[in-house]
Design a protein around this ligand. Sequence first.
Ligand code: AMP
Ligand code: GLY
Length: 425
Amino acid sequence: MDILVIGSGGREHAIVRKLRESPKTGKLYCVPGNGGIACDAECAPVGAMDKEGVLAFAKEHKVDFVFVAPDDPLAAGMADFLEAAGFPCFGPNAKAAEIESSKVFSKNLMKKYGIPTAEYEVFSDQGAALSYIRERGKYPVVIKADGLALGKGVIIAQNEGEAGAALRSMMEDKVFGESGSRVVVEEFLTGPEATVLAFTDGKTLYPMASSMDHKQACDGDKGPNTGGMGTVSPNPAYTEEMAKRCMEEIFLPTVKAMNAQGRKFKGCLYFGLMLTPDGPKVIEYNCRFGDPETQVVLPRLQTDFVDIITAVAEERLGDLEIKWSDKACACVVMASGGYPGSYRKGLEIAGLDEKGQVPGMPEVTVYHAGTKREDGKFYTNGGRVLGLTALGDTLEEALDTAYGAVEKVRFDGAMYRRDIGRRKL
Ligand code: AMP
Ligand code: GLY
């Protein structure tokens, strides 16, 4: 099977590498890809949102299957468009992708079907939102832009002043564009967070191995929210018993609810969970693999990945059994100095071989997130640059190996957290 992957980050690199392991994979393409992905797949400068461009590429290269990895093209109907043109896809259609692209839709879905989540109200009027927050008088309070906002559309306000400022920036200054014209105001939940990705074809749902992201930029969960600075799998707080509860109270009810709404979800459903003292609750859904969760989950997958994605597309996932390795996996992200604010690009990365890996460390996989390759050298080209990833018999071992690799890689201003996987639960 010749496969085209759409996207350009560390997640896409992990997807490409996993597809490469399958004997069923023929040619592998990725658009637009990045410097590291280009070592494992043929990349081309076609934008992930460019439907016509992607279709032309798929036709020209006669690909058999398309894997749509990022949220924006899914929300914009990339899978609908390609399927209508005869290309089977992994990834939900636009109607199902709304589970991520509209927080109002997903919150209302959970309320309607009794899926546990934070208490909330929806507002399209700034004054009404502020009066509600004032009357409620409980802080912190969580304010979320309705639409996609590059993972930055959530503000945890500690007092009325911060809440007012958040509402102003979203609703009046429109820092997230139309995404902020409606907001969700919700209860602040506490507890360890867990990510569970799941394969589903709308009939069967198989949760993948659990993981834990580290969203804040700095050690001790300080600093601004980022796309994710590192991950571990399994998530130490996600016990067998919790997994059972989540399956019954959250995962299966979500699949049912989407079907009942005429929005059958096919692809990877991302459950962002808070394991609160009152039980697991959904913080957010995503309609795709997480980044950098994918980088620690897919290395643990033992079942042929091509078999899984084709079974999802053809709605026969129930025929498969999916196996996971018992090993632990850790990913430490190296980011550009200044990220998630402004940062420089084009800095040379030292310590990588011509394949973009750390020489002499075959036990480490370097997933490239924001790099470009020129004359066999790699340069920074994004906020998150690399994800240094290792498996181990224990989480400690995986972390030691990944951090050992971090020490060998250098670029000006490189920034990483020293406490990935070491959070006290
Ligand atoms: P999201 O973009 O929805 O994943 O939110 C970003 C981060 O904000 C989450 O990973 C949580 O750490 C935090 N967050 C979101 N909603 C809540 C909530 N209701 N209570 C506490 N923390 C939250
Ligand atoms: N790591 C969080 C996300 O992919 O949205």
